[in-house]
Design a protein. Structure first.
Length: 148
């Protein structure tokens, strides 16, 4: 008889657990119906980029033309050529090897140049104007001209 009593108790506990589980499920359903209205889920972003519950003021809205939006990198022909003419002094020049260095006035940086990039012959301590070009080995001066 002890076994049947245990069976009845276990069966009662199982039924009780089922009822509690069903009640919890019903409560969750009711809560989800209340909180899942569209208005409670929507969020807005104000002009500073902060999330808020109120919609933005339509008077502060900016209209942007579709043509003004640029996605990606501009094409090479669209970019404006940036040619900055620098000035400096020839600090070292080896005519036999065909290279030298110019000290830029603005940055005090020593920049390499080759005789192929000279437009006029130069000597050490000459004041020159030049353009800077990036090469795989670093910065290089091109279009080197004497200043008069």
């Amino acid at each position: 008889m002890a076994e049947s009593w245990n069976k009845k108790e276990r069966e009662k506990k199982k039924q009780q657990v089922k009822r509690e589980k069903e009640e919890r499920r019903q409560e969750r359903k009711e809560k989800s119906k209340e909180s899942k209205s569209f208005d409670s889920m929507i969020a807005y972003i104000d002009e500073e980029g902060n999330i808020s519950n109120t919609p933005p003021d339509p008077r502060k809205r900016e209209n942007i033309k579709l043509e003004d939006i640029q996605v990606g990198v501009p094409k090479l022909e669209d970019r404006a050529k940036e040619t900055h003419i620098h000035k400096g002094t020839v600090t070292f020049f080896n005519d036999s090897k065909g290279y030298g260095f110019i000290k830029d006035r603005a940055t005090q940086q020593s920049i390499f140049f080759h005789t192929n990039s000279l437009e006029e012959p130069v000597k050490e301590q000459n004041k020159v104007s030049f353009e800077i070009e990036k090469t795989p080995k670093g910065l290089s001066a091109v279009s080197v001209r004497l200043l008069r």
